[in-house]
Each structure stands twice: as C-alpha cells, then as structure tokens.
Design a protein around this ligand. Structure first.
Ligand code: F6R
Length: 604
C-alpha cells in the first residue's frame, strides 16, 4: 500500500517520478505528491486525486532538477486531504513513507510535537523527529530516529542542504533499488524502474541507503558497507503496459493461458511434476501428514481450490486459514504439517506474519509467490515462483489461476511421493493440467454472452453465486471479484444451504449465477436452481452441457468445455472474472482502481 519512488541522476527527476508514480498507482491512489531537491531548496507538489492530477498541478514546472521523491497514497492515518498527502516537510527534512508507525501518538507527546504538526499522519511525526536530530549528519539523524519507531516503514528522505542525495531505510514495508546509466532509483516495486533496468536489489531491512547520481551505498546500522545480491526479472516494460486493452484487468484475464504455460512448463519433466530446479526437497512432502494453507482474499480462494483437489484425490486433510485470523490464533500445526503460503505480491503483511508464526510451530513453509525476491519468498523454507508476470490491476486474475495451477502441480507431486497416485495416474493428471490454457482460451470466446449477463447484473444491488463442491469454492471468488470492482453486493452460497435462510433474499430479477460443472451433484444443483427460479430469480447457468433441456430453468446459459471435474475450475475462473469485469465496465467504473482498495496490502 502506498507507492514510493526516489530518483537522483543525470536527467530531470520530475518525469522519472511522475512516470514511476503512474506505474505504482495501483498500490494506492487517493492522493499523490512529489518533492524536488534543488540547490538550497525543496519544491513540494501534493494533492488529493490521482497521479494525473499531480501531473496537472506541476505542469508549469520546468525545473531541470535531477533529484526528487514521489508518493502515491492509500490513506491509513488521517483523511484524504492535500495536507495529509506525502511528502511531508519539517524544517530541513522532507520525506515519504509507506507503512504504519504504531507508536506515533506516544512520540508526539514525548517530543512535544503537537504544535509543530500540520497533518494528521503518522509519517509527519518521523519527519519532525529527523529534523530535531539533524545537525548536519544525516546518517546519525536517521539512526536516532528509527531507534524510536515501532511499526512498518519504508522511508525515503532528503535534506535541504544535501543536494543530489536521497537516504532510505526500511523495516518490513517493501523497497527495491537499482543503479543504472541514468542514475540511482529506489521504489516500492519493480514496475517503477523496469523502464530503466531489469536488475535490482531488495533493500535489506535496517540498512541505510545513500543514493547519488554515481551509485548507491548500503550500510548497516554499525556503518559496515554491504553489497546486496543483484536480482533480475524476465519481463519488461511492455508487460507493465496495457498493450491496447482498455484496462489492465482485461489484458491480464487474456494473459492467463500464457501465464499458466510459463508457470507449469519448467516444472514438468518427462510428463511428471518435478521441482528440482526450484530446490524443493521431496522430504517435505513425504513427511507431511496434514497441510495448512494460509493466504488472504483471492490467494486464499486459490488455496481452497487446492484443498478441494488434495482432499478429494489424496485424502490428506487440508485446512485453509485466513492469514489475518491465523496470525492471532494458537494454531493446531506441528512439524508434520506442511504450511503452504500463497501470495501474488509476496508482501501481504498478514500472510507474512502468519508464515512466521507457522515456522515457530516447527512447520515447514512452502510458498507460492509471483514477485521474485519478495519478503514472503525470502522468509519461506521453499518457494515455487509463479510466472504470471506483473499483475497491475488491483483485482487479481492471472495470479489466481497460476496459483491454482501451482497447487495442482504440488498435489500431484505429493501424490507421487506418498505413492497415493501411480505414475500413470500422475502422467494423466499432468497432461490434463497442460490443457488448462486451452480450456481458458475456449472459455474466453464467451465474452459476448457474459457482457449480456453483466448488463443485467449491473441493474441489481445484489447477486448470488450458488454451487456445490468445487463450484461453491469458485463462487466465493466470483462474489469477491464482483463486489470489489463493480460494487454489486454479492454472496456465494453452497447451493443446498440457500433454503436455510438466504432464499428469503431471492425476489423478482435478482441475479443468481449457478455454477453446475460438477457432474456428481449436477442434478442437486438443478433442483436448487428450480427453487430460486420459482421465486423469480434471473438465473445464469454455467454447465458443461451444450444445451439445457429445460429452458425454464435459466435465463442465460454459459457452456464450459467438457473436462474432468477438477479442471472446470479454469473455465469457471475466467467466467467469474469476465462477469465482474464487464459489470464494472458497463457501470462506467475505473475497473483497475476500485474505490478504497490498493494492491499489495502491506498494513494490517
Ligand atoms: C482480490 C485481491 C486480493 C488479494 C489479497 C492477497 O482481487 O487481489 O484479495 O488476493 O490481497 O494478496 P497477495 O496475493 O498479494 O498476498
């Protein structure tokens, strides 16, 4: 949450910062700001609204200044106002912050800051403290200040009388940095720097960085200079652009076939799952008696799809935990439990803390992460990187289906290692998994029917997804997607559970989307559909059947390819994503930046 960028080099900082902020905007977009450091002075621009509004605000500034910092905000402390926007200025110091300073109220009292503060933010308190401690030695001031802070922070700091330099330090909140031909850049994530270089390093926690136009010095708090490991990525700037699509979300929906191919192909050897290249030791599979999946939101829903498969096929118990709940529990896990952590960003704070807790119980942690070098990846015992490329839309799509594919690969490997599947069965399973991209390609052809349904859903304040088994799990993700980007209130119900209460909400034209792809319970779901149809619902039936025999059971029919029951998830995923996308688009909303949300939830 919040995007930060700093640049010092041999070209105007303003353009680098504004372009970088546009790419970081998916991390938070209620206000934006920038500070440029010129000889002897700081020019500050900040306001509520999007980065485009900030661009307008500083349109007349033609400063050749080559050093500056920028921020795009997702409000935590203090409302969405111009004054609460970053950067924050205090005397000689200007800074931007991502994270939460938990003890900021206490610090205001202890250091008598109340009269000095102009904003309501925790971040300005840090600027004031730095200004108090600054006597010409920036490193000393930073050390004194951060000793006082509790909470998560990624800070970029400039001092009025130190031209051309940016100082940075972080705890928990993510930050990467890079030196390239044009200068030194620091940012919340790679999307902001990918236009310059594919090489970067993760800023080590509690190390002070000094960025200047000829490089970056990294030192620990004792003054020892260190050289962080340089990482590189296999995607480039075109992957972080819309490429002709109206929104990133639609582009990312259509990228799913390739994302899955790129994720599974390197892990299939001679028709069987193989994690040798990932360094994942089969021992963790051989020894596990139970599996605990921990994640948030959509990533957790991918974990639930994995649970469905593992329990059905392997009969190994799997518990799926909401990370924000798990981290404050006394969880029932031990050294015989394999903890699987799912995260696109690899930075979700609740997931990270849950992971750390699982380790304290002796559980081995295998994480499925999309962002290379992210904190969750680094803290895990083993990592399986998904290769979805950058996911920019706030609503997760391709990261979800690659997580499902990764869970399927893992399930198959566990089955082999534990001899719960024969080699022949595993080969057959993997060959079906290799068809997942084709299933998605086939399903993407239903866009026109889905648009018609979306035009109906947009008229209703509520919508319901019903299904049984895997279809119910898919309904949970469908409801989340619809709520978050189209603001239509949606609920998922196990189809058989409706008549225990919720059917009271089914009245004339209320959309009910029935996922009925599981043959074993198909007739049961059809009975449930009749119950809602009898009460006037507008029913959309998603099935593998080519034609529906009884036209009275649905108003729209969407057919998914005929595949074995666990693989319908890939088709249903695309349908639920497109339903949410086209409803949001039909309502004229900003699909990629839904209200109140931000990608990468790095605060509790
Ligand atoms: C919903 C969505 C979120 C994320 C959740 C976890 O579309 O994107 O629910 O899935 O915030 O994020 P990661 O996967 O980055 O840990």
């Amino acid at each position: 949450m919040c995007g930060i960028i700093g640049f010092t080099g041999n070209m105007p900082a303003k353009d680098v910062i504004l372009n970088g902020l546009e790419r970081l905007e998916y991390r938070g977009y209620d206000s934006a700001g920038m500070a440029l450091l010129e000889d002897g002075g700081i020019t500050l621009f900040k306001r509520t609204g999007k980065v485009a509004d900030l661009r307008t605000l500083c349109a007349n500034d033609n400063s050749p200044c080559t050093c500056g910092i920028g921020h795009t905000r997702w409000a935590t402390h203090g409302g969405v106002t111009d004054v609460n926007a970053h950067p924050h200025l205090a005397g000689n110091v200007v800074l931007i912050h991502n994270g939460i300073i938990e003890n900021y109220r206490q610090l205001i009292v202890e250091y008598g800051l109340a009269d000095k503060l102009v904003s309501e933010t925790d971040s300005e308190v840090v600027a004031q403290l730095l200004n108090i401690f600054y006597d010409g030695d920036p490193i000393a001031a930073i050390k004194k200040t951060i000793k006082l802070l509790s909470g998560a922070f990624a800070l970029c700091i400039m001092f009025k009388d130190i031209p051309g330099k940016i100082f940075a330090i972080r705890n928990v909140s993510p930050m990467i940095a890079t030196s390239c031909e044009q200068g030194s850049i620091i940012a919340s994530d790679l999307t902001a720097v990918i236009a310059f270089t594919k090489e970067y390093f993760v800023v080590p926690e509690y190390h002070i960085l000094t960025l200047s136009d000829d490089g970056i010095v990294v030192e620990d708090l004792k003054g020892n200079v260190t050289k962080p490991e340089i990482l590189s990525v296999n995607w480039d700037i075109t992957d972080a652009q819309k490429g002709g699509y109206p929104f990133f979300m639609l582009k990312e929906i259509f990228e799913q076939p390739d994302a899955i191919r790129n994720t599974i192909a390197p892990r299939i050897e001679n028709g069987l799952p193989d994690f040798t290249e990932d360094g994942i030791n089969d021992d963790i599979f051989a020894h596990c008696k139970r599996i605990c999946v921990v994640a948030c939101g959509t990533a957790m829903h991918a974990g639930m799809v994995g649970k469905n498969l593992i329990e059905e096929k392997l009969r190994i118990p799997v518990q799926v935990e909401i990370a924000s709940e798990f981290r404050y529990k006394n969880p029932i896990i031990d050294e015989n439990t394999l903890t699987i952590v799912l995260s696109q960003s690899g930075e979700t704070i609740d997931t990270l803390e849950a992971l750390k807790l699982a380790k304290t119980f002796g559980s081995k942690v295998l994480s499925i992460v999309n962002v290379k070098g992210s904190t969750i990846a680094r803290e895990s015992d083993y990592v399986l990187y998904t290769h979805a490329g950058p996911e920019i839309a706030v609503a997760s799509t391709k990261a979800y289906t690659v997580q499902v594919a990764a869970m399927y690969l893992i399930a198959c490997r566990i089955g082999l290692v534990k001899a719960l599947m024969t080699e022949g069965e595993a080969r057959q399973f993997i060959s079906k998994l290799q068809s997942a991209p084709n299933i998605i390609e086939e399903t993407l052809k239903h866009a026109d029917t889905i648009k018609r349904v979306a035009n109906q859903i947009k008229l209703s304040p509520d919508a319901f997804y019903i299904g049984r088994g895997l279809d119910y799990v898919m309904g949970l993700e469908a409801a989340l997607k619809l709520k978050e980007i189209s603001y239509v209130h949606a609920e998922a119900y196990a189809a058989g559970e409706l008549k225990h209460g919720t059917i009271a909400l089914i009245t004339e034209n209320v959309p009910v989307i029935a996922f009925a792809t599981q043959e074993k319970v198909y007739e049961k779901v059809v009975s449930n559909i009749r119950e809602v149809k009898a009460r006037g619902a507008y029913v959309v039936l998603v099935t593998m059947d080519e034609a529906v025999n009884d036209p009275n059971i649905c108003d729209q029919h969407i057919r998914v390819p005929r595949v074995s029951s666990e693989f319908t998830a890939f088709a249903t995923a695309v349908i639920l994503q497109m339903l949410a996308y086209y409803t949001s688009e039909a309502k004229g909303l900003d699909v990629d930046k839904p209200r109140n949300l931000a990608k990468s939830v790095t605060v509790e």
